[in-house]
Design a protein. Structure first.
Length: 132
C-alpha cells in the first residue's frame, strides 16, 4: 500500500480476497479516516462473502445447476474469487462467515463510532484467516 495513494472500498475487498491482512487493515483505516461509513464497508464485505458463497455453490453444483451453467459472477472476478474459495472444505464452512458478517452488522448498529474500526478489523481477520 503506497502511502500517497487513495483507496476505495473495492480495494478493500480485493485485499480480503487476496488474504492480505496488512493491506486490508491499511485500506480499512484509510477508508474510515476519509469518512467512509462503517456500515457501507460492512455491506461491501457482506457482498464479497455472498459472492464467494454463490460461486462456491456454482462450482460445486451437483443437482441444482446443469453442468456448464454460466458463471454467476463477471469473468474478470472469477480468478480472485476461485483462489479465495479454493481452501474452504465445504459450503457450510464458507457460509459460516455470514455469521460474522451479521454479528458485525449488529455491533456496528448498536455501538458508538468508537468501536467500529475494531469490529470491522475482527471481521476481516476472521475472513482472511479462514482455511489457508
Amino acid at each position: 500500500c503506497n502511502g500517497n495513494r487513495s483507496f476505495g472500498v473495492f480495494d478493500l475487498t480485493d485485499a480480503v480476497l487476496e488474504r492480505d491482512l496488512y493491506k486490508a487493515f491499511r485500506i480499512l483505516r484509510y477508508l474510515i479516516q476519509e469518512g467512509t461509513p462503517a456500515l457501507q464497508i460492512a455491506a461491501l464485505i457482506n457482498r464479497c462473502v455472498t459472492n464467494a458463497i454463490i460461486l462456491y455453490e456454482h462450482d460445486h453444483a451437483t443437482h441444482s445447476m446443469p453442468k456448464g451453467a454460466p458463471s454467476p459472477l463477471p469473468a474478470f472476478l472469477l480468478p480472485r474469487y476461485r483462489k479465495f474459495i479454493a481452501p474452504w472444505p465445504s459450503l457450510q464452512s464458507l457460509s459460516s462467515l455470514l455469521v460474522g458478517v451479521l454479528e458485525t452488522d449488529i455491533k456496528l448498529k448498536s455501538s458508538g463510532s468508537d468501536g467500529q474500526t475494531r469490529w470491522l478489523e475482527k471481521l476481516i481477520m476472521q475472513i482472511i484467516t479462514g482455511p489457508l
